[in-house]
Design a binder for this molecule. Structure first.
Ligand code: ADP
Ligand code: MG
Length: 247
């Protein structure tokens, strides 16, 4: 599948309901290797749900989700394989509070990938250096600022050597002075060629790194375009209204 299409992620007519509530409506999306996509839209439009479906933190009911040639269904083996390839960074960091920064980073490589501890620690230190906090390795998350915790979360994801990174509003819970240090790391990652899907309202980031910006509203993809066209020439009224509120 990947070889044929060049797509690392495909969503085909994906529908999802929470009980009676139709949260994702016929979502179609192809993501190419190396592509950087920014997803924006009003609160409640289904952005988190959509990206959480990609690594099966949420389950869709109709349509196909294919990640790196592996179809996502209830086969637990497939889910495990996809989770190894898809890193996720959340708004509220989701670090383990009782583990040190280093232990947060080595946990999955040791337990999921069966990596020897020393090797996992070496890799973790490499990524903690990349996000510029190697000196915090032995502290606990609660001793770090929000910006530092989010950079740990990014390093922790990278330790699994993912092929795709999903970001769900990674800077929304941060104080303004910490937003830049996280965005800088994300810009660097983009520059290194990582495939990225980022839900964010940081439109400066979108303009700088996105190949495509997707606008969602009420469970649908309303509009998608390259950043230049998206910001300068939005097509739908809903997009225009949204942009007038965030820009
Ligand atoms: P966004 O990330 O764009 O703000 P979400 O994907 O979080 O939107 O939510 C989309 C809609 O689905 C919202 O109306 C939200 O209240 C609802 N929703 C989200 N999670 C659940 C859930 N676990 N159960 C029921 N409804 C949910
Ligand atoms: Mg959300």
């Amino acid at each position: 599948m990947t070889q044929e299409t060049g797509n690392i992620i495909t969503l085909k007519n994906v529908n999802k309901w929470y009980g009676e509530f139709h949260v994702l409506k016929d979502i179609n999306l192809d993501v190419k290797m190396g592509e950087k996509i920014v997803i924006c839209g009003p609160s409640g439009s289904g952005k988190s749900t959509m990206i959480r479906c990609i690594n099966h933190l949420e389950e869709h009911q109709e349509g196909d989700i294919i990640v790196d040639g592996v179809i996502l269904n209830n086969d637990l083996k497939n889910i495990g394989q996809i989770r190894k390839e898809v890193g996720m960074v959340f708004q509220h960091f989701n670090l383990f509070p009782h583990l040190t920064v280093l232990q947060n980073c080595t946990l999955a490589p040791i337990w999921v990938k069966k990596m020897p501890q020393k090797e996992a620690e070496k890799i973790a230190m490499k990524f903690l250096e990349r996000v510029k906090i190697p000196d915090q390795a032995n502290k606990f998350p609660g001793q770090l600022s929000g910006g530092q915790q989010q950079r740990v979360a990014i390093a922790r994801s990278l330790c699994m050597n993912p092929r795709v990174m999903l970001f769900d509003e990674p800077t929304s819970a941060l104080d303004p002075e910490m937003i830049k240090e996280v965005l800088d790391v994300m810009v660097e990652l983009a520059g290194e060629g990582m495939t990225m899907l980022c839900v964010t309202h940081e439109m400066g980031f979108a303009k700088k790194v996105a190949d495509r910006v997707i606008f969602m509203d009420a469970g649908q993809i309303i509009e998608e375009n390259d950043p230049e066209s998206f910001f300068n020439n939005p097509q739908s009224e809903r997009t225009k209204l949204f942009l007038s509120q965030v820009l």
